[in-house]
Design a protein around this ligand. Structure first.
Ligand SMILES: NC(=O)c1ccc[n+]([C@@H]2O[C@H](COP(=O)([O-])OP(=O)(O)OC[C@H]3O[C@@H](n4cnc5c(N)ncnc54)[C@H](O)[C@@H]3O)[C@@H](O)[C@H]2O)c1
Length: 181
């Protein structure tokens, strides 16, 4: 059966978890990419091997883009960009601006070449600036470039804090994220 294809760029903490969730929920086949050689392939293999246990038929492929080859991502419907540097203690999200701009720009240039009709979801911080960079570099219309944040902001004050005090099951708490245009 042919499934939708999602590429997750950056196979670190956020990217690996994103890929794992998509595969486990059988939302799409996933291509996980990273500048590193080895880890993406190993993580994808782990996901495939756990498929019979988690009962998913989604396929995971891990590739290194250290040579600049993004051909394995071709035809993705959605591309999630988590590549870049995370904050270190004492750093603000804005401290990441220049380093992560270079990463996001290079990634988006390749993604656009191979998946010209995709939707880009940017996760890399500083989020608003990186989403804006992806919008400009891709040349996509704005409804196809999204920044993902606020899930943490919604989740933390409500389900997590509330549950700590009230032992309420998270299934009975609803969090809502608003969109800024
Ligand atoms: N928007 C949000 O809500 C949110 C939440 C958490 C983290 N973040 C941000 O997401 C980003 C990733 O966080 P993380 O904790 O997964 O970091 P991480 O260090 O675990 O993973 C980042 C990965 O990106 C890879 N990478 C670096 N340059 C690359 C390139 N040019 N191409 C492909 N891969 C490349 C690194 O090798 C690394 O594996 C950070 O910028 C972080 O601040 C955003």
């Amino acid at each position: 059966m042919s499934r939708k294809k999602v590429t997750v760029v950056g196979g670190g903490f956020v990217g690996s978890t994103t890929a794992q969730r998509i595969v486990d929920l059988e939302l799409a086949d996933v291509v996980l990419t990273d500048i590193l050689d080895g880890p993406p392939a190993g993580k994808a293999l782990d996901m495939m091997e756990s498929g019979p246990i988690t009962r998913t038929d989604s396929r995971a492929t891990g590739i290194s883009t250290s040579t600049g080859d993004y051909s394995a991502t071709a035809g993705s419907e959605v591309v999630v960009i988590t590549a870049g540097f995370p904050r270190k203690p004492g750093m603000s999200r804005d401290d990441l601006l220049k380093a992560n701009y270079d990463v996001v720009k290079a990634v988006v240039e390749q993604i656009v070449k191979h998946s010209p009709n995709c939707i880009i979801i940017v996760v890399t911080n500083p989020l608003d600036a990186m989403a804006q960079a992806a919008l400009k570099v891709s040349g996509f219309p704005k409804h196809r470039v999204l920044g993902m944040a606020g899930v943490l902001d919604s989740a933390f004050p409500f389900p997590i804090c509330y549950r700590k005090n009230a032992s309420t099951p998270s299934s009975s708490v609803r969090a809502r994220a608003a969109r800024r245009s």
